[in-house]
Ligand binder design. Structure first.
Ligand SMILES: Cc1ncc(COP(=O)(O)O)c(C=O)c1O
Length: 187
């Protein structure tokens, strides 16, 4: 996983007896992990690569080329990719880029989203995972057995909030505060 960053994937990997390989995000690499520096020994043991773009705390945004290289490596070295997109709706340089938009991504990975940032719901601890069906199912199996879900009423209000946001922005996703500004102007 890349560091510095949100530590939860690493903590849980250790809980389950896994080893964490820390990939530093450095200014000289433009805040991308140096995938070419990883030894064959590490690749052989690699089961999962955890990324986070738009990245917190560096602010770097992923490119299509970077994701394509990750996908190619995932196929060659046989690992899955978990791309944490918690900050994707806070992209200010053009359209947000989802890992899943890149050809081949659905074969190797998933993207994890959160209602916290783009939907102003910090602290609700609600999000979703999408992408490769087998990996999504694996997330569901683990989640079913290690914690409880939000209430269906909360989940429903969540969905309504998302759809409201999508409808009001005429097909474009905007953070909720932008939508609220639009609706007060009668948009
Ligand atoms: C990069 C990153 N991923 C995931 C999360 C967790 O998001 P949530 O608030 O949905 O638990 C955070 C929260 O700060 C984060 O910064």
């Amino acid at each position: 996983m890349t560091v510095p960053g949100y530590p939860v994937a690493g903590t849980h990997t250790k809980y389950y007896g896994g080893q964490v390989c820390r990939l530093p995000l450095l200014p000289e690499n433009n805040f991308f992990p140096d995938l070419d520096s990883i030894s064959d020994d590490v690749w052989e043991k690699t089961k999962m690569l955890v990324l986070n773009y738009p990245n917190s705390p560096t602010g770097q945004v992923a490119t299509k080329e970077f994701y394509s290289k990750v996908i190619e490596l995932a196929k060659e070295k046989c690992f899955i990719v978990v791309q944490d997109a918690a900050h994707i709706l806070l992209t200010f340089r053009g359209e947000p880029l989802s890992f899943l938009q890149v050809p081949g991504a659905m074969d190797v990975g998933v993207e994890v989203h959160s209602m916290s940032k783009g939907f102003d719901m910090i602290g609700w601890r609600i999000g979703w995972v999408c992408g490769n069906a087998k990996i999504v199912q694996a997330f569901a199996d683990v989640k079913d057995n290690c914690d409880s879900s939000t209430t269906s009423r909360k989940a429903r209000s969540n969905l309504e909030r998302m759809w409201f946001s999508v409808r009001c922005s005429r097909g474009k996703l905007f953070p909720l505060h932008e939508v609220a500004k639009g609706s007060s102007r009668g948009t």
